[in-house]
Ligand binder design. Structure first.
Ligand code: ADP
Ligand code: F6P
Length: 319
């Protein structure tokens, strides 16, 4: 392929800029023309396709967000929208598209592939909710942001002998809560994949008190409930001083970690290499610390397995 496009879609994630940079620079070095589509699939519909140069991606490796902007484009879910996008791409002579986004964006990439327009997916989401890859772009940075917040909240909770509920993002996936709960020393981790009753939460907090703990942290995944509701229930049940914090969008921004810059760069290069060989309909991932790719239909159909072993480990080491 000689002309390719790259876009970012769905929720932004730190490391997307590192991936764009790698696609543009590696693509140009390989003799390709690279276009950036603005605002995800909307850019394909609006013909917002910008020719990228080596300098278009200067000074972005350390920035969160996405220089190409992102959007949720409902028109692209329709057959007419997909036909229009492919017409616009074909008229420009563009032969393949790299889609950086989450599971929804991969449905869009799959739709392109089903219309015989080659696409490659790079998993960009803080949620880590894709089954075929051990990690997604942005997850590591989001975890570090959450840990920084936990450390700060812990200081004040321990000074006041309080219990804190910290609600984190993740949609229906509990990985942000699981990893940050483990690494932030949370006494209780509540995720959608593993049910835990209010009785069990109360029991764990009381057991902690009996073991000499005077404060506590509960990490709550947004897919498992609301921090405010849980706070009210716990105060009613225990009389403990319980506070709640919803971390919100702070988790999606910020300078990408070393890991996310690496993943963005490695996946960007890998995606271009596939298109260079005329290969489409694949999604990039990481397994056993190796960059790899798999069929988009197969990868999207996989169901993510919850890491119960890690969850149990976190429970034991937080006593
Ligand atoms: P994410 O990629 O972060 O999961 P969304 O689920 O919002 O985010 O999806 C991002 C975009 O991907 C949507 O706004 C739409 O443009 C495209 N998309 C999602 N689902 C489909 C689908 N079934 N067919 C075609 N495009 C889709
Ligand atoms: O998918 C990333 C994510 O940040 C989720 O964790 C969260 O539920 C959602 O996006 C929020 O989406 P929006 O930007 O539309 O509020």
């Amino acid at each position: 392929m000689k002309k390719i496009a790259v876009l970012t879609s769905g929720g932004d994630a730190p490391g997307m800029n590192a991936a764009i940079r790698a696609v543009v620079r590696y693509g140009i070095a390989a003799g390709m023309e690279v276009y950036g589509a603005e605002r995800g699939f909307q850019g394909l519909l609006d013909n917002a396709l910008i020719p990228m140069t080596m300098r278009s991606v200067s000074d972005i490796i350390h920035r969160g967000g996405t220089i190409l902007k992102t959007a949720r484009c409902l028109d692209f879910k329709t057959e007419a929208g997909q036909q229009k996008a492919i017409k616009n791409l074909t008229e420009r002579g563009i032969e393949g598209v790299i889609v950086i986004g989450g599971d929804g964006s991969f449905m869009g990439a799959k739709a392109l592939s089903e219309h015989n327009f080659p696409s490659i997916g790079i998993p960009g989401t803080i949620d880590n909710d894709l089954a075929y890859t051990e990690f997604t772009l942005g997850f590591d940075t989001a975890c570090n942001t959450i840990l920084d917040a936990i450390n700060k909240i812990r200081d004040t909770m321990s000074s006041h002998d309080r219990v804190s509920i910290i609600e984190v993002m993740g949609r229906n996936c509990g990985d942000l809560a699981l990893y940050c709960g483990l690494c932030g020393g949370a006494e209780v981790i509540i995720v959608p994949e593993h049910e835990i009753s209010l009785d069990e939460v109360v029991k764990t907090l009381s057991a902690g008190q009996q073991l000499g703990k005077t404060s506590g942290i509960i990490l709550l995944a947004e897919g498992a409930g609301r921090a405010g509701d849980l706070k009210d229930e716990l105060i009613k049940r225990t009389g403990m001083a319980v506070k709640s914090t919803v971390l919100g969008y702070i988790q999606r921004g910020g300078s990408p970690s070393c890991r996310d810059r690496y993943l963005g760069t490695a996946w960007g290069v890998h995606a271009v290499q596939l298109l260079q060989k005329g290969i489409g309909n694949r999604i990039c991932g990481i397994k056993n610390n190796k960059i790899y790719d798999m069929d988009i239909v197969e990868g999207c159909a996989m169901k993510k397995k919850f890491d119960l072993e890690l969850y149990n480990m976190a429970t034991v080491v937080s006593r």
